[in-house]
Design a protein around this ligand. Structure first.
Ligand SMILES: Cc1cc2nc3c(=O)[nH]c(=O)nc-3n(C[C@H](O)[C@H](O)[C@H](O)COP(=O)(O)OP(=O)(O)OC[C@H]3O[C@@H](n4cnc5c(N)ncnc54)[C@H](O)[C@@H]3O)c2cc1C
Length: 376
């Protein structure tokens, strides 16, 4: 029986292991952490946003968007839900199309995988950080504490984001040893840093805002949602979404009262101190009043477009995903290495990242399906 070693017990590795074991393969998972799916259990603020009903390739970034699109076209949101529900549970969308387990517990999704792996008799080695993969007549996978031989290897060891979940980027070297390269890496789905003077004193203020990202005066991204002022910049759902598009030097313009137009505001906004009572949170109102310096028209303009210059992001340790990785140009449609037949890749290790909203977990499921199809 063909034996497959899956390196990484995260979303993509777990999905690969289940699909391959169902296809009758002997599968062993090697996970460096002490338990499987630690990151999966923390996703979506602990609620597990597993896919999105608005799923299509326009929500993704890659060196080869067409290749990514072909793979995504073979795994719709319904397919992802069907796959998850084949292990148990019910998965339902919210008003924005984000799909969650009905019980809103990400750890329960990990438990579904654990139960299914047990049922399929998949061998799981935890505390097994893979240090080297070599190839003679078979693959030899060396890990801290032992080694495994296999006919094929799936490298699903994640990217460089959120190292507290075992993903510090060190696993890229396992692919580099076979001649693979990496596209430039950057953190995405992450807080934006802004000019410190602009956000000083605003920490903790949360608004439902319209958010536009401007570059050279042109709008490159726009959304509406939760924005939280932090010590160094901006956080919140809308900001995480914008972080897939914003670059250093861009301007983030916040519409602080998206449901009121300038005409309505010109009736509502008062004069002098307290001009923005019941219009904006007090701390923010005081800042805007100071900036407008008694100019009512300027105050209204600031309410509709409060500008902040992006100076960077909070970095990989605070990011939910990695932009960049193994280029799709170096793998086949089934994500097999162009340099070492039998070596496959799935999940975030590949140069594909999705917007905030369930698209990254969806990529984990979709890429796992592509690999499993190729290895069946
Ligand atoms: C806090 C947080 C919340 C998120 N929320 C969402 C969300 O709601 N929806 C969404 O779509 N996406 C979300 N994401 C992103 C999503 O979790 C990832 O894109 C996805 O988990 C990637 O799956 P993966 O299997 O490729 O990698 P991972 O899930 O990162 O798994 C990789 C695994 O490989 C292991 N590993 C690494 N190196 C080795 C080695 N050398 N040997 C053995 N094992 C190794 C790691 O320990 C890890 O368990 C979130 C991310 C974070 C950090």
């Amino acid at each position: 029986m063909m034996k497959i070693a899956v390196i990484g017990g995260g979303a993509a590795g777990l999905a690969c292991a289940v699909l391959l074991a169902r296809a009758g393969r002997e599968v062993v998972i090697l996970e460096r952490g002490e338990r499987l799916g630690k990151k999966l259990s923390a996703t979506g603020n602990g609620q597990g946003n597993v896919t999105n009903v608005h799923m299509d390739a326009t929500h993704y970034f890659s060196d080869d968007r067409e290749r990514a699109a072909r793979v995504l076209a073979r795994c719709s949101a319904q397919d992802a839900v069907r796959f998850l529900e084949s292990m148990g549970g019910i998965f339902l969308p919210d008003a924005r199309g984000r799909v969650y387990p009905a019980g809103r517990q990400a750890s329960a999704v990990t438990d579904l995988f654990r139960r299914e792996l047990e049922r399929l008799h998949v061998r799981v080695l935890t505390g097994a950080q893979v240090l080297k993969i070599s190839y003679g007549s078979r693959f030899r996978v060396q890990y801290a504490g032992g080694e495994e031989c296999a006919d094929a290897v799936v490298l699903a060891a994640g990217g460089r984001a959120a190292k507290q979940f075992g993903t510090d980027g060190s696993a890229y070297s396992l692919a580099e040893a076979f001649g693979h390269t990496l596209t430039p890496l950057s953190p995405v789905l992450v807080q934006l840093r802004c000019d410190p003077a602009a956000v000083r004193g605003l920490k903790g203020i949360r608004v439902d805002a319209g958010l536009n990202v401007l570059r050279g005066g042109k709008r490159v991204f726009s959304c509406r949602g939760d924005v939280l002022f932090t010590e160094s910049g901006l956080s919140g759902d809308a900001v995480f979404r914008a972080s897939s598009y914003a670059e250093k030097g861009d301007t983030v313009c916040l519409d602080l009262v998206p449901d009121a137009d300038k005409t309505r505001l010109s009736c509502a906004v008062g004069e002098g101190e307290g001009a923005l009572l019941c219009i904006a949170p007090n701390g923010l109102a005081r800042r805007l009043e100071r900036l407008a310096d008694g100019d009512r028209a300027r105050l209204i303009a600031l309410l509709k477009a409060f500008p902040l210059t992006v100076t960077g992001t909070l970095g990989f340790d605070y990011a939910q995903a990695t932009r960049g990785g193994i280029p799709l140009a170096e793998v086949t449609d089934g994500f097999m290495s162009a340099y070492r037949p039998g070596l496959y890749f799935a999940g975030e290790i590949l140069n594909v990242d999705g917007e905030c909203g369930g698209y990254n977990l969806h990529w984990a499921w979709a890429s796992a399906h592509a690999v499993a199809e190729a290895l069946r």
